[in-house]
Design a protein around this ligand. Sequence first.
Ligand SMILES: [Zn+2]
Length: 75
Amino acid sequence: MAPKKKSANLLRCPTCGMLVQLKDEDFPFCSDRCRKIDLGKWAMGVYKISSPILDPDVLEDLGGLGGGGGDSDES
Ligand SMILES: [Zn+2]
């Protein structure tokens, strides 16, 4: 029954691996900077995935392909 509450209240910052206390306002990050860095990674990942879909040029291409389908009907 060794009291290990210390480890229970500590986590490592996902960004830099620094020990962070549960009471820290930026928990589980060691600082607001590391929090933003982690959020930035997510934002970049999401952007990479959604970019091709939200890209107006891609949507235009898709629309052009759909309209071009009329060729088969006209033949
Ligand atoms: Zn950190």
